[in-house]
Write a protein that binds this ligand. Sequence first.
Ligand code: FAD
Length: 435
Amino acid sequence: MKEQPVTVFWFRRDLRISDNHGLFKALTSGRPVLPVFVFDTDILNDLEDDDSCVSFILRQVQQLQDKFEADGSSFWIYHGKTLDAFKRLVAEYSVERVFINQDYEPYARKRDQEIFEYLGSMGIEMKAFKDQVIFHKNEILNGDGKPYTVFTPYSKRWLAKLSEKDWKPYPSEKYLGNLLKMAPLRKFHHVDIGFRRGSLEIPPQEITPEILTAYKDKRDFPAVDATSRLGVHLRFGTISIRQVTAAAVQYSSAFLNELIWRNFYMDILWHFPQVEKQSFKPAYDHIAWINSEKDFARWCEGTTGFPLVDAGMRQLNQTGFMHNRVRMVTASFLCKHLLIDWRWGEAFFAEKLLDYELASNNGGWQWAAGSGCDAAPYFRVFNPILQQEKFDPELVYVHRWVPEFGTDHYPKPMVDHRMARQRAIDTYRAGLVER
Ligand code: FAD
């Protein structure tokens, strides 16, 4: 295969053939395209060997390979370190250019930079395209040319900038005839990457007008399955953000607003990558967390004695999903009522959520802890009992996940709400103000 110059398209968080920006650019680059995927051991080694997201990714990769083979091509797949993958690729093929879609997470940026430098040293160009978000990098800046750190003006600017061309699809699927013609390559299964099939199935998800038109009124009630469940598909790119945005513009501004939150947190992570480890507001790294392992374990398993918190944690443990309203309540409870560092909760969500996504998870946690950009002031403490009365008044969600609620087997509240609220305010104040 050395004689024929090829353009490589490296799939990552964009596991689809339709409306894929980088793939479209590769397929229309004038060279045959070799599709590539790397099962990156630097990521996989940190995961449990039955991670359901890995099974989901594997299935998508297998389906893509089948599709490419039906078009007389195949999928070049590697299991190992990304740099080794590219060294092998360059040895096997006459790679002229490598196209990718931009990834904004700190790990991915570092990895991509390393590959960019290696390819550069071999005289190979690498080009990145915007695909995960509607706007990125410096496209949404304030009047001083700085990134926004408050959501409302960000969203106003975002909406003012938005026009039809921003959600126009890239018809990549029409150009699959430009894939490199070749015999089928090796197929990968769980065992080849050292994994077992995960226990949680991620179903394909469509975006429907019914969900979107009812979204505004129903989205806050966890007992009603009224949100889109698109998180995991946006995470791995099995649906295009442009397609989702077009539907949101047509049917629901409330839904569009949530997509803007997603874009906002991605931009925050891009401009302030330190938020991955540190509080956005540095003063919040001076809070004297109690960090009780025992309390943390009760929160994780959902036996706090606060029914909405427990229902949420059990939904998460059993299904890999938790309703947004309940994510806010459980996160706030951990940080404020139990005075446990938001990073503990963030890591637990990261391990359990199928739609785990660094930017939104970190943004959500720092919002709940008060340490984030545009977070609620520290003295505002969610009351988990009032939240339950307001958003699950008939206890439908609670009974679904906590069947022993209301019996002698259900634990007493592990803290007194009034005491915990005051303790949170005092501790936060001492950390933030009286230093
Ligand atoms: P829908 O309500 O149908 O929303 C559609 C899409 O909009 C979502 O899939 C998501 O991409 C985006 N979105 C919705 N709400 C938000 C939000 N508040 N912030 C950013 N994007 C949003 N979302 C994740 O995708 N991954 C996470 O790891 C994650 N962790 C969170 C942790 C905490 C503590 C909190 C408070 C929120 C978190 N969120 C996270 C945001 C939100 O809870 C989920 O996006 C949403 O519940 C996913 O369900 P859905 O796809 O049915 O969402």
